[in-house]
Design a protein. Sequence first.
Length: 244
Amino acid sequence: MNDRVYIHEFIEIRGHHRADYMHHMLANWSPTAQADRQQLAYGVWALLGSTGQWPQTVNLWEEQGWSGLARSFGGETVGRGAQDPKLERWWAKAAEFRSGGTDRILVPAPWTRTIEELCRDGVTGVVYAHELVRVQPGTAVELLERARDQAAPLLGAFGWQLIGAFTTAMVDDDEALLLWAIPTWQSWADAEAAHRDRTPLRAWRTEIRPMVTRWQRVLLTDAPLSPLRIGRQPAVSDRTDWTD
């Protein structure tokens, strides 16, 4: 049973600094967060601009439950500007690469695997489908269960694997996130076509339409040090001299 809590981030990137930012997060931030907060990197991805807002990244961090998240927040907000003074230089460097972002707290479905379990199982993807779904209040958990029971077998026929299913906390149980690992670009294209043809996949989407108020699917690709790409957490040995 997954009892973790997750921080999900859409990050706005400055100019051509997306690669710099993704490396700074995974090589220079994550090893410290693992040691100080027991926070694990679940993934850092580049958002494919043709499918959504650009230039952006998506970050996902795994916390040790609500108590672990509280400890992280408590340590982060002690300094001036509500920033950990130990990380002042890190924040300054990150500001060169990003201009802002939007975060949300996510709660996993109990059957969603942790990042350590996904890495142990060898889960990866050439591309990932990130589906942010807004639903009628009180139905987000139902959406996850129906995605597992109905959508996962249908998309599995195209090679898609449901690797993450979450509801958004601190809202009216009206938002869910589905994350799919896709083995090839053609697997993505075939499933996209099936969403529009008269197939069981289209029928499933039609069936659940009364509970959905907005459905947005964007595509993501792994950062070079993302755990689902390298099969482990970023390590101190991955660090670079980011103080220059």
